[in-house]
Design a protein around this ligand. Structure first.
Ligand code: DX5
Length: 226
């Protein structure tokens, strides 16, 4: 069981796009630990979102770390742009990298934290030989491309498998989950070993506000770990 504190990483997909800088500040003031930018190229996933300039424009509005979740077919050509835009963590999909080991090494050389994401159908074994290179493994709990999808409980054994792989390394590696995370689903992910929870809809749709949603998800996740 992870002893690392639960971290809340909001997705800004549900945010008000005409006021993204202010929305980042609202999230920081609500107590989030980092902000995740879902970068989509319309090819790897059927949606198109944030370029590096949009992220750079928001960088000075907050202090919390930015992570770029690159749901793109050509991460090698884009990584440096998102690092320059102010993303401290860069997440690439194992499915999009012909040479994942080299891509992760390149992220480190650029001064950012390398991270790798696994789509629901991709086995944990896909990252077995790069665990020495990463600071974060993201287990997708939905098929990527859109917010507001239903959580895939069937991913919990994979979360536990990745947690075991992380434990064997003895390295300080975040285990992140993303998709359908809210008060009802965070406990299952946390109990399986997740310590960084990405949430979009559950945060922005909480009628009691962002701070309440952040605290509620953190509390139920911590409680589920006993
Ligand atoms: C999928 C996206 C979503 C988003 C969170 O590509 O990565 O998972 O961040 O969406 P919610 O929290 O609304 O399911």
């Amino acid at each position: 069981m992870s002893s690392r504190p639960i971290q809340i990483a909001p997705s800004v997909l549900p945010a008000e796009f005409s006021r993204l800088g202010e929305e980042c500040k609202r999230l920081e003031d609500a107590g989030v630990d980092r902000i995740q930018w879902d970068v989509m190229d319309g090819v790897f996933v059927p949606n198109l979102t944030f370029g590096p300039d949009v992220i750079h424009a928001c960088r000075s509005h907050v202090e919390v770390p930015f992570e770029a979740h690159l749901m793109v077919v050509n991460p090698d050509e884009l990584i440096h742009k998102y690092v320059e835009a102010g993303c401290e963590i860069v997440i690439v999909h194992a499915e999009a990298c012909t040479h994942l080991h080299r891509t992760l090494s390149n992220i480190r050389e650029l001064g950012a934290s390398p991270a790798v994401a696994l789509n629901p159908a991709t086995p944990a074994s896909a990252v077995r030989h790069v665990m020495d290179l990463v600071d974060l493994v993201l287990v997708m709990t939905v098929n990527p491309g859109f917010g507001g999808q239903a959580y895939l409980e069937t991913m919990e054994p994979k979360i536990a498998e990745v947690a075991s792989m992380i434990e064997l390394t003895g390295r300080d590696i975040d285990l992140e989950v993303d998709g359908g995370i809210g008060p009802a689903t965070a406990p299952g992910s946390a109990a399986a070993g997740a310590d960084v929870l990405v949430a979009g809809s559950a945060l922005f749709r909480d009628p009691k506000g962002l701070a309440h949603a952040v605290e509620e998800i953190r509390t139920v996740a911590e409680a589920a770990r006993g």
